[in-house]
Design a protein around this ligand. Structure first.
Ligand code: HEC
Length: 222
């Protein structure tokens, strides 16, 4: 082989190596992108929850008389389950609220099998935002002295712990008139949007339990 030919072969070899390296890198990048987009990857992610995870209840999506959201952005999957007749399990990141101060958040699968991976929260809310008063899986007790998990457990099999009505959960002492009034006056939302009868409903509620609303708050809002 002539000296020139050897030199050309070496160049060709180097060129070939570089080309195949860059092709490999490109395929790896594409694979990575595809993985990020699959829902199975979302299921493997857990949600970081702090007081900034919660804000105005009316900014969530209404379903019948309660609200849902998804902290990982997958609101479509959460809504699909909320609207399914039965036997559907909420996806990780789902948030469910009936009143501003009580929240259920679906954690990553396997986090706490006994509660179906739901974490229960009791918040303190005011004009400045939310504070987490209590959080946990089986031992959170609400302002009425009831245990979230124990009350919600009868709805476990068919409705993934979501009680609504007629699903066997112990009843709560407040009706939808009251829960609606609380939603429309969530102090984190700014001005209240009261409907007829809300003042009376909140007044009744206030006599039953400390819902964190002062006399001044009532006077300012109504
Ligand atoms: C005395 C039993 C009881 C206790 C205690 C209780 N719940 Fe509930 N919860 C219910 C019932 C019943 C409903 C459905 C009420 C309705 O829609 O009329 C409900 C509704 C809800 C909803 C709306 C979705 C659904 O299941 O219908 C959320 C979210 C919720 N509760 C969270 C909590 C959290 C968090 C706690 C504890 C801090 C808690 N609950 C404590 C019985 C209870």
């Amino acid at each position: 082989m002539s000296h020139k030919l050897v030199k050309r072969s070496i160049y060709t070899l180097i060129l070939f190596c570089f080309t195949s390296l860059s092709v490999n890198a490109e395929t790896e990048f594409k694979n990575e992108q595809e993985t990020v987009e699959t829902t199975s990857t979302l299921a493997a992610i857990d949600v970081d929850i702090d007081e900034n995870s919660f804000s105005c209840i009316r900014d969530m999506t209404p379903v019948r008389h309660f609200y849902v959201d998804n902290l990982l952005g997958d609101i479509e999957s959460t809504l699909a389950v909320a609207n399914a007749p039965e036997d559907a399990v909420y996806p990780v990141g789902s948030v469910v609220q009936l009143v501003p101060t009580e929240v259920m958040v679906k954690r990553k699968s396997g986090t706490f099998p006994a509660t179906g991976d739901w974490e229960f929260f009791e918040l303190v809310v005011n004009e400045d935002g939310s504070k987490i008063n209590k959080r946990g899986f089986v031992d959170v007790v609400n302002r009425f002295g009831g245990n979230c998990f124990t009350c919600h457990a009868p709805a476990r099999e068919k409705w993934d712990f979501i009680c609504e009505s007629g699903r066997g959960c112990d009843p709560i002492p407040i009706d939808h008139k009251m829960t609606g009034a609380l939603q429309r006056s969530d102090p984190r939302c700014g001005a209240a949007e009261p409907q007829d009868g809300d003042w009376m409903a909140l007044f009744k509620l206030k006599s039953m339990v400390n819902i964190g609303l002062t006399k001044k708050w009532f006077e300012d809002k109504f």
